[in-house]
Design a protein around this ligand. Sequence first.
Ligand code: GLU
Length: 510
Amino acid sequence: MKDIRVRFAPSPTGPLHIGGVRTALFNYLLAKQSGGKMILRIEDTDQTRFVPGAEEYIKNSLAWTGIEFDEGVNDKGDFGPYKQSERKEIYQKYIQELLDAGKAYYAFDTPESLDKIRKEFETKGERFMYNHATRSLMDNSLNMTDDEVKERLSKAEPYVIRFKIPENKEIVMQDLIRGEVRVNSNTLDDKVLMKSDGLPTYHLANIVDDHLMQISHVIRGEEWLPSFALHYLLYDAFGWEKPQFAHLPLIMKPVGKGKLSKRDGAKMGFPVFPMAWKDDKTGEIYAGYKEDGYFPESFVNLLALLGWNPGTEQEVFTMDELIEIFDLSRVNKSGAKFDPEKAKWFQHQHLQRKSTNELVDLFLPVLQEKLGYTTEGKAIRDYSKKVIELLKERATFVKDFWEQGAFFFTAPTEYGAKAVKKQWKADTPDLMKELIEMIKDIEPWQASNLKEKISVWINQKEIGFGKVMQPLRLSLVGDLKGPDLFVIMEMLGKAETLKRIAQAVSVLKK
Ligand code: GLU
């Protein structure tokens, strides 16, 4: 078998959508599991769609995701250059080959004349196709003598080069996911291979490069399926051996029909891009998985299961596990519905798998930013570790430790209005003052001892447990949330606990 060489070939026309990252991932998994090579090729021949910053964005996003390249980044590798705009002469040589063999031709039709004929067809209720049936009516080299062609070229008249699609040919293709795919060549038009600016179109550049870079498997999104037959014919026209092809299923909207779009993400509040992206034209900012707090491993995991399944119940995987078991034959044909809740579930799972120490490392910078002072030192580390252990099970993102546990580090500055209304009664301040008097002598200040002493006190007073515990929680936490209250008291320490109760009494009054 040929060495496995796969490529990810993005066009720098904007940020990479998660569908694009999944394409890169599946290529990467195949390369890694087979000891093959993964190549990054930048397909930037369409100058009109070039977006500044997009290439950097793509590279940074893939690096964050953990997808590495053996060739292509910084032109590492023996098959460069890896940027199509730097390969102009190469395409010129190959297009000349097709011209010489009569498999491609010059077309001088102006946009106006093409428009005119399109309209004429429309009025007849037909669709114009530049193909075997119409090409003899058009302004192209097939209808001219060699001298005429030379003359027009020498006058620097604008032209494109079109591929001469054979008439009525049944093209039978093999796709690793879809099996046999058949297309009749009469459904194809004579595609432009070289544009008037002398740059190749995607189709020509793509197959010339796949051939020269010795790509063994072309794994790409379903949106390229309509180009599949044309690419087959191009390989045949050059007489080249074809790579194997796999067209991955689309990623679909969470609700309704159709492809997942960046608008869906903004509308429903989930990211559609690996990293945040600012659209310089509109000023819009699109959220990213990275900035939203996903771990790269969660992102990889959720992508892997969009359209692929391992054939078992297992859903949580590391990159190494995926490399081990990924199999193109288990990729589905039909679109994969994106489920934002499931995406979070993967993140939750990967957060649970992290050790407390790792989580502390990730949390301390968040803490430092929130508190505005340094969080270096063993004491704060040990304390954060305890907080994380208490909150981990319910947490999805590292930021949740702050969102759900800020009160461990800083006294509440406000109190949940609903909770106050419900739990802070007219007699609460007096009760809290009594509580302060009672607990200030409790020793040792430990959760179990606090529980015992406070329970006895409440029982003696013959009042409901909630009457004390809810306002107490409100005082310490600022709301009716958080883990075991006696544990919170122990963590805060006696002085801080007393201070917070006194503060609540003076702020909430009644
Ligand atoms: N440049 C194409 C893209 O942006 C590559 C498609 C392919 O992989 O053939 O997706």
